[in-house]
Design a protein around this ligand. Structure first.
Ligand code: ADP
Ligand code: MG
Length: 348
């Protein structure tokens, strides 16, 4: 079989890890990024940088590839849809249209009888007053948020006076869940009834940014089963191809809620590079390129720690034990709250 050339839109750490996984199974990659210094540049066969609206640059990219995938969901839907007219985009762009908007995403999840926290669409202060039953809550921009960006904790309507919220944007107000725990389930869907599903991962956030993840998650059998069932149902209903992640909340009464869907490989699954025979990245490449599905098995329990901002410095020249794996995302500039690398520790 002639090997395919896979185009990846986005050149951050997820793009780098996808390109490395592709190389391992002899799939060539071409990265398109809006950052000319994107870290993934070093791992792809070809690298093209330009804005997502630059049709000439996008044409150059499309001429080099057989099919296209992406590392993050916020690529303009129109761009993805246009690309899909020339080269197949997987997962399909229609999925992004839903997930790019927190309101459409939550409506979609609820339409399949899957629990989320209560929420309302908010366009102005009046809407907030009308939905005061959702307080304390979190006000989130409907689009373009990540790592807690564009989110405001609101305890009472009066908080608004200090927050200076730009109501030119659309918001969703979500009732605050009394969190006992957060977990995620990573699913790779290869096609109808063809899934590889990783066991639930327990996640710990600090300042709304993922700080660490571990398997096994310390959860009940019921939550284990229900979270996998819901993640699988969501992948099925989206007719998803590739790896995706569902983030969940568990409250103090052991209720499970879907927080959000990430239509891509996910930070909480980085340990799968070292803990499983097939990583979330390799499974994504296999699924989108239509390669054979390999039964995915856990080889080790593991913990992953994100290295955020200056934390990366400590690890650059550190001697590691043979059960520790350090990943440096090779980002040029250290910024606070920026994910700079991660460390995975497997239990041997
Ligand atoms: P992002 O797209 O930035 O990941 P999330 O909606 O996942 O946004 O929010 C980031 C984190 O903030 C969550 O993982 C959780 O820790 C906290 N959080 C968000 N929404 C809620 C909520 N409704 N109740 C409790 N905690 C929340
Ligand atoms: Mg999240």
């Amino acid at each position: 079989m002639v090997s395919q050339v896979l185009g990846i839109i986005g050149g951050g750490q997820l793009g780098s890890l996808l390109a490395q996984a592709a190389k391992k199974i002899n799939i060539e990659t071409v990265i398109f990024s809006d950052d000319s210094e994107a870290p993934a540049k070093k791992f792809a066969k070809h690298f093209i940088s330009g804005s997502y609206e630059d049709s000439l640059k996008i044409n150059d990219f499309l001429n080099l590839v057989d099919l296209v995938t992406f590392e993050f969901e916020n690529i303009p839907y129109l761009t993805l849809n246009k690309i899909n007219e020339f080269k197949k985009v997987l997962p399909k762009p229609g999925i992004n249209k839903i997930i790019q908007n927190r309101l459409l995403e939550k409506d979609f999840i609820n339409s399949h009888n899957i629990r989320t926290t209560s929420y309302a669409s908010i366009s102005n202060k009046k809407d907030l007053e009308l939905n005061s039953n959702l307080l304390p809550g979190i006000l989130k921009t409907c689009t373009m948020g990540y790592d807690g960006k564009g989110q405001y904790k609101i305890n009472s309507i009066n908080d608004l006076d200090n927050l200076n919220i730009d109501f030119q944007k659309d918001y969703i107000l979500e009732k605050l869940v009394n969190l006992k725990k957060e977990i995620s389930v990573i699913v790779t869907r290869f096609g109808k009834e063809k899934y590889e599903i990783y066991e639930p991962i327990e996640n710990h956030h600090e300042n709304q940014i993922l700080k660490s993840s571990k398997i096994p998650a310390n959860i009940s059998k019921e939550i284990f089963k229900q979270s996998i069932e819901w993640a699988k149902l969501i992948a099925h209903e989206l007719e998803y191809i590739g790896t995706m992640c569902v983030e969940f909340f568990i409250d103090n009464n052991e209720n499970l809620y879907v927080n959000e869907i990430a239509p891509r490989v996910h930070n909480s699954g980085h340990m799968t590079i070292n803990s499983h025979n097939v990583s979330q990245f390799e499974n994504h490449i296999r699924a989108v390129c239509g390669l054979e599905k390999i039964e995915t098995k856990k080889e080790f329990n593991a913990k992953m720690i994100n290295l955020i901002g200056e934390e990366i410095k400590m690890y650059k020249n550190k001697n590691l034990n043979d059960n520790e794996f350090f990943f440096d995302y090779l980002k040029k500039e250290i910024r606070s709250k920026r994910k700079m690398g991660h460390l995975t520790i497997i239990e041997k």
